[in-house]
Design a protein around this ligand. Sequence first.
Ligand code: SAM
Length: 305
Amino acid sequence: MPPRIIYGAGCQGISLFRQLEDDFEPPVIHCFVDSDPEKQGGSINGVPVYAPDYLKTRIPGTYRVLVAVGSHYGQIRKYLENLGWEEHNHFEDASPRPMTYGEMNPDFIPLMNEVRRYSLLSRQRLEMLYQWAKNAHAVRGDIAEVGVYKGGTALLMASVLQGTGKELHLFDTFSGMPHTTYDIDLHRPGDFSDTATEEVARLLSVFAGVRLYPGIFPDTVPKGWETKVFSCVHVDVDIFSSARDCCRFFYPRMSQGGIMIFDDYGFPSCPGIRQAVDEYFDTVHDKPVYLPTGQALVIKSAAQF
Ligand SMILES: C[S@@+](CC[C@H](N)C(=O)[O-])C[C@H]1O[C@@H](n2cnc3c(N)ncnc32)[C@H](O)[C@@H]1O
């Protein structure tokens, strides 16, 4: 086993170093390398820290380089490849990261792979949505989504709901983005028009209790919903006025413990979502919690309807 060089003497490199030291058969750590001049020339637990140029003096493959620099990995990969080191053979991304939900629950992976064929959401965002929707089982009320497009996230939520007796209410024009607010939104009317109500209905036809409402929300809300309550609502509308209308309509109708999930809250491509959510929740008791996935969620703390 060739000795190791840890690329990165910051907190990620140090945490990797500690992890390796705890191994049943700890590998030999030859040195750290780091581009920070303040770290170069020093040492960590007796292991020296050199400048990255040190690797120019080593023959690729005589050491294994463990790169622990988090999101800067791409930059370092290029640097090492230019020196003749080969990814996987001679170096690897070794930044410590927590396990994903899918890694912890392999049974979930086939559903995730199917959902991703119909969804714009990243794996991480889908994993969040799945868990929050599951969490709503014990809460009174149905589930709703505004912003269905090809039905990926709807498929995920429909799968979670089976056997609960809850209904899933799905709102979308199914013909593209409606009017947008020109000075706030970056999306334009007609975006996402490559879908169709019939296709989404077919995708979800195996599930009981799924209802589709084609047209512009909230005009399509059925009559008689004045006293209806919800346990979980997924808002994935990308534009200001739709997000604002979702807050106004659904928040007062959420059961205690009910969850609203706003996709795209932290994405610069959808500035209207954050603006609408922040403006609305400034006026009520509950506040959005921002997740590292870019989603925000609000948990209804007390019945106010
Ligand atoms: C980003 S897509 C939804 C993505 C989907 N959740 C997925 O899994 O990929 C946004 C959708 O919101 C819909 N939309 C936005 N505002 C709407 C409104 N007021 N009424 C109906 N649909 C709306 C658009 O038509 C579009 O299909």
